[in-house]
Design a protein around this ligand. Sequence first.
Ligand code: GLA
Length: 383
Amino acid sequence: MASETLFEDSFGRAPEKVAAAPGRLEFIGNHTDYNGGLVMGVAVDRGVTCAVARRKDDRLVFHSGEMAVEARSKIGDIVPLSGDASWANYALGVFDQLLKAGMQAETGFDMAVSTTLPFGAGMSSSAAFELSSGLALGALYGFEQSTADWARLGRRAENHFVGVPCGILDQGVSAFGLKDHLVRIDCKEESFARVRLPEGLHFWVFNTGVKHALLDSLYATRHKECMDALKILQQSEPSLTCLADTTPDVVRAQSEKLGPVLTKRALHVTEEIARVQKMQELLGSGDLTAAGALLTASHESSRDLFENSVPELDFLVEQLRTAPGVYGCRLTGGGFGGAVMAVTGPSFGENDAATVSKAYGEKFDHAPSVFHTLSGDGARLLD
Ligand code: GLA
């Protein structure tokens, strides 16, 4: 249901502002963002829409068609919600950050949230929710800032309110997305650029639905391993500020000090950054075969060096890499479950996807959910 209709049904009046923001696929650059590296993502043509209107009291009320649970909070007492209402924390965290950034809000709001992006589908519905709620609330209370600052604010909400130490990839892509383009982020500079996609590329997402029980803590563990590797490398090169400042050769030279685990993590990050750079050249020259091979190489590095893949993702990649019409494929996003992205030409279709799903279903006891998606536009206010 559209968020305007949901709003009217839920609150008995029309919304004052509506904003939409897309989900994303991590195109290439796995776990490079919080290491100051390069990453490329694509905004998809599915996302989250938030409709809002002011209330007369100090309450903050959230309705979602998906969650079917009302979440409530109030100005002056904004703390993370728990249990069934915790889905609203992304928007509540954004509101909290908006107040910290100087937005004035004397009274509360009602918000209705609808999505064409299933939660947990590996396409970053959380960033889409942060960006769409932020733009809608900013418009409602008269607060403006640059696109880059919207991305940063969404990330702060996720880091400090939801408690996930993610980088700027998801929010940056949701904010800067543009149809037929990738968003390239230099995470050290926090600069955002758009790179034109060659024509005729399609994205297929195979979501395993597998979620490692320790997902959040494993993400945090990898984050910490990268920071530990950096500290060791700084002993011989104090000017390093992040792993992106060093190279695979330096990492190899320091492997005794780093030990086997941190060597693998740091090698993955530094080599992956080089792959992102190479990808830009290959897309520029239109060499889709080589670009596809680089995507698959990225997956292998995540699997072997960063160790954030799972057998379900590896199986999908093995099936897809040789399927007709597929340029390349890899796990997309944090890993430890989640989804594989396949980049294909227009000839890859439902039947090909069904063949892969069937093979997967025979090996594992469930089918993946499959989405075909194209690139889409970034976060925006709707009239
Ligand atoms: C998740 C995080 C991103 C990024 C990826 C891995 O999607 O939210 O910030 O770290 O994992 O590249």
